[in-house]
Design a protein around this ligand. Structure first.
Ligand code: G6P
Length: 473
């Protein structure tokens, strides 16, 4: 076994069974993306925690210098250089147990995980924004000159949205980096620089390697969903979303949970700086805290109503969208990250070619693609960009592009006031306060992708070619 691992190159996790020794399994890894679960006479080997929780009560991680033997007679034995070592087992968080109970129930009732996870979001967002305890050492954030956020996929888009909050509200300079690019660059950080790593799984190898590439820094914070995941082992501080396992491959509830956690960090910075620019910088007028000291008292009610509205109206619009082969998602400011996430969801679950574009970038190239064969979905919330956005949407219409506008009643009335509505299709979702709109608009783009996928008869929870946690490069 040791000889074989010495000959292998790249990242791998291997579980082997030898003919003639069918009572033993051997496992080794180059990346530590291998966990062993133990419970009631059962041992389970898997690449992440979620999978083992149904069968185990405790777990341990396999290190990259280790070979593990699981056998009927000797239970579990771990070897380093041929010598048996003692391993510590940790208790599996009860969250995973609850999740597996819930999973079985959904499977029994034949409900898609994706839609049920979308429906969990009103409570999750409310809990993280208004109730969750946030025990982080804020002083390390306050002393840094800027924050660099590193992530992949949906987590990267959540970070782009959060950058707007950090910069506009707490006045902190923020860079957002894609993990797979960041890890190969020569980064010139110094000890006070703050780095934030965002990952729902906590196991994404590019983000882990990005974190390892700056391991000389003390100022690292990760925001993850999975307790005990690898990213939390390597970063100095961690915040857990604690939203239960997400079974659908496409991130939904973990995406809005990331947003809520990031907003909480922004709020903590504001509270500690005793300064908060909410309202002044992004054209809004409300205060940061609600009546009970909450960030947003009624956010659960608002997102619930958005879901109710979408459940009635999206099935029709999504049927229309599902007939197209090309889709452009457009947005500006906080809406840009939502547009990128909307486009990714369409690719992931509906296999519809879609691109997320900053509205202002359209005229720098992408407008050339617009004709009657392209559908454009625009994120147009009630923010300071309404008039600019309306003008840009008319530019698309003038090129025969079909436009679906995700907006609210207030913006819709402005549309009516200033322009001819012919050729636009509107989704007029319930209004939400100011800079919180990424929460409700994200739910809308998720539901749009879900229903387009259903019209196209795609198995939404297990899209082709994708995996939930990406433990390879
Ligand atoms: C995969 C998933 C995406 C996810 C990305 C990053 O590509 O399909 O939904 O956004 O990984 O994963 P992470 O666990 O680091 O957030």
């Amino acid at each position: 076994m040791r000889k074989t691992s010495g000959m292998l190159k790249g990242n791998y996790s291997i579980v082997a069974l030898f003919s003639g020794d069918e009572e033993s399994l051997y496992a080794f890894t180059s990346t530590s993306a291998l966990v062993i679960g133990k419970g009631n006479g059962t041992y389970v080997v898997a690449s992440d925690m979620t999978t083992i929780s149904t069968y185990s009560s405790t777990y341990t991680r396999v290190d990259s210098n280790e070979v593990v033997k699981l056998s009927v007679n000797h239970g579990i034995q771990s070897f380093v250089d041929g010598v048996i070592i003692q391993k510590k087992y940790s208790i599996i968080d009860s969250m995973y147990k609850k999740s597996s109970f819930y999973t079985n129930k959904l499977l029994k009732n034949n409900v898609d995980f994706m839609i049920s996870e979308i429906f969990e979001q009103p409570s999750i967002i409310d809990n993280i924004l208004n109730k969750k305890k946030f025990d982080i050492n804020i002083s390390s954030i306050l002393k840094s000159n800027s924050i660099t956020i590193v992530a992949c996929g949906s987590s990267y888009f959540a970070s782009l949205i959060a950058r707007e909050w950090f910069e506009n509200i707490s006045r902190v300079r923020v860079n957002v980096e894609i993990s797979s690019e960041f890890r190969y660059r020569k980064n010139n950080f110094n000890r006070d620089d703050m780095l934030l790593f965002i990952s729902q799984s906590g196991e994404t190898v590019d983000t882990i390697e990005a974190l390892n590439s700056i391991n000389f820094l003390d100022n690292t914070l990760s925001i993850v969903n999975v307790r005990g995941s690898k990213i939390t082992c390597y970063s100095k501080q961690s915040v857990y979303m604690d939203v239960g396992s997400e079974f659908s491959v496409a991130a939904t509830k973990t995406f809005t949970a990331q947003l809520a956690c990031l907003y909480r960090v922004v709020k903590l910075i504001c509270d500690n700086k005793k300064q908060c620019d909410i309202g002044q910088n992004i054209g809004l007028s409300h205060k940061v805290s609600g009546m009970n000291g909450n960030i947003y008292d009624n956010i659960k009610g608002v997102i619930d109503n958005v879901i109710k509205y979408c459940t009635v109206h999206i099935p029709v619009i999504s049927k229309f969208i599902s007939q197209y082969d090309h889709l452009l998602y457009i947005g500006r400011g906080l809406g840009y990250g939502v547009a990128l996430e909307g486009a990714l969801k369409m690719k992931e679950v509906a296999y519809l070619h879609s691109e997320g574009i900053a509205i202002g970038e359209l005229k720098h190239g992408t407008l050339a693609l617009v004709d009657d064969k392209v559908i454009v979905v625009a994120i147009v919330p009630s923010d300071e960009f309404i008039h600019k956005n309306i003008i840009n949407l008319h530019e698309i219409k003038a090129r025969c592009g079909k436009v679906v506008v995700i907006t609210d009643m207030c913006v819709y009335s402005k549309f009516q006031e200033f322009s001819n509505l012919d050729g636009f299709t509107f989704l007029k979702i319930p209004s939400i306060k100011g800079e919180f709109f990424p929460f409700s608009y994200s739910v809308v783009v998720q539901m749009l992708a879900y229903y387009v996928a259903k019209h196209r008869k795609i198995e939404v929870d297990r899209p082709r070619n994708l995996a939930k946690s990406i433990t390879v490069e």
